[in-house]
Design a protein around this ligand. Structure first.
Ligand SMILES: NC(=O)c1ccc[n+]([C@@H]2O[C@H](COP(=O)([O-])OP(=O)(O)OC[C@H]3O[C@@H](n4cnc5c(N)ncnc54)[C@H](O)[C@@H]3O)[C@@H](O)[C@H]2O)c1
Ligand SMILES: [Zn+2]
Length: 407
């Protein structure tokens, strides 16, 4: 038996934020990140709509990018004091993911972070509150997914919490919020969405329900991401939908080792002054992982189908040629979006540079444990080809030096 779960309602299109006016309840807590939602007036708007619906409103502000376990525990404490029956999480993946984890702790105050990380092991939520997610970036699709990514900074590792219990009740996908994204954010979150769709399509858990969502998302992203990056606002609007479709696919079909590798490198070199931003990590690793996975016949055929839909190679070409065309296309997208091809050239500002912020000797020293952690990541199980420790280390080296994957 398989399960396909999505939010009960997805409000989308211009002005979708107004749906908050129709919510029923007594108290709502709005969770946001640093300042963008406040600065651009969306926080005030959301609060006004909820008040119009007759609710008392409180706020959890300042949730940091790549939220920590401590932020989650602090926020849950605030929820326990306020006792909301609606949690409204607004912003990028970071505040929404943090709010999802706060929700678990609010419903079950004795739960530890280790308990939360048991894959598909959460108790029933919604005994205290329902959850609405309003996305302001076009990438993570956490507004429709069963995932939350929290970082344990003591270990420098991102942990996915995975359970359909944390699939939001309501998603609001209003393109108005995505208009204010700076270009770099458009690039990174957009390639995150592309990776979601591609990984979902070749995942071992793919099915007839998830395939059309993944394929349509890929077709939209290939058309709309670069124009959206170049400030075409109608493309930006379509990207907001495309990333959400990709999310619907991967929330049910799961992901693969591009994400395992991104999760385990994101904060691994934070002591050298930067993070490898999630979407940029995916963008760099995806072409390498495609080459690795294509040694699996089923995966290779599926990449071929993706290429047929994208129309970037002759239909009569061999699957090997189609895989090559897909890799070349994705690398060109990275060039168009000013994303480097490898960790060695990844600057502290995320742009391509001769000498990236991760020193070679530090990378090599940490490689065995990073690779071991990536193998243990929750996304590894559904990857079409299971790497050994040695293969994972080799794959990471290809991602560091931008060398060809021939194993
Ligand atoms: N839950 C999932 O299914 C899932 C999937 C993929 C990634 N993630 C996680 O999501 C996080 C990344 O989320 P993200 O990429 O959405 O970025 P983010 O939430 O970390 O935000 C990045 C920055 O962009 C700003 N910002 C957000 N929206 C803006 C807007 N509309 N205009 C201007 N500035 C804006 C924020 O203030 C912040 O400074 C990572 O921790 C990643 O691991 C989660
Ligand atoms: Zn992702």
């Amino acid at each position: 038996m398989a399960r396909f779960t999505l939010p009960r309602d997805v409000y989308h299109g211009q002005g979708a934020l107004e749906a908050l006016k129709t919510f029923e309840g007594k108290k709502a807590i709005i969770c946001v990140g640093g300042s963008s939602m406040k600065k651009f007036g969306f926080l005030d708007k959301a609060a006004a709509y909820l008040k119009e619906a007759g609710m008392e409103v409180d706020f959890i502000e300042g949730i940091e990018p790549d939220p920590s376990v401590e932020t989650v525990m602090k926020g849950a404490q605030k929820m326990l004091e306020f006792q909301p029956d609606w949690i409204i999480a607004m912003g990028g993946g970071s505040p929404i993911d943090a709010a999802k984890a706060m929700w678990i702790k609010y419903e079950y105050p004795e739960t530890t972070f280790e308990d939360m990380c048991k894959v598909f092991g959460l108790p029933k939520l919604r005994t205290k509150a329902h959850f609405c997610a309003v996305s302001s970036t076009s990438g993570t699709a956490t507004e429709v997914t069963a995932f939350s990514i929290i970082t344990d900074y003591n270990k420098g590792i991102k942990y996915p919490i995975a359970d359909f219990e944390i699939t939001p009740d309501v998603a609001i996908v209003d393109p108005e919020l995505a208009k204010t994204m700076p270009k770099k954010l458009v690039a990174h979150t957009g390639m995150d969405a592309m990776t979601h769709a591609v990984e979902a399509y070749v995942s071992t858990a793919n099915c007839d329900y998830t395939d059309p969502l993944a394929i349509h998302a890929i077709e939209m992203i290939m058309k709309d991401l670069v124009p959206s990056y170049n400030e075409d606002m109608s493309a930006r609007e379509r990207m907001h939908n495309a990333q959400c479709l990709a999310g619907m696919a991967f929330s049910n079909a799961l992901l693969g080792i591009v994400h395992s590798m991104a999760h385990k490198t994101g904060a691994a070199f934070a002591d050298y002054g930067a993070h490898i931003i999630h979407g940029a990590a995916n963008a760099m690793y995806l072409p390498k992982v495609i080459a690795f996975n294509a040694k699996d016949e089923t995966a290779k055929k599926r990449y071929g189908v993706i290429v047929d839909y994208m129309g970037i190679a002759d239909k009569s070409a061999s699957d090997d040629e189609k895989v090559k065309a897909l890799i070349a296309y994705l690398r060109k997208m990275n060039d168009d979006l000013n994303i480097p091809h490898c960790i060695k050239n990844y600057g502290a500002d995320s742009f391509p540079t001769e000498n990236g912020f991760v020193p070679e000797e530090v990378f090599l020293e940490r490689l065995p444990s990073i690779a071991a952690n990536a193998l243990l990541d929750a996304c590894t199980g559904s990857n079409p080809r299971q790497p050994s420790q040695e293969e994972m280390e080799k794959l990471f080296k290809c991602c560091y030096y931008d060398t060809e994957v021939d194993f």
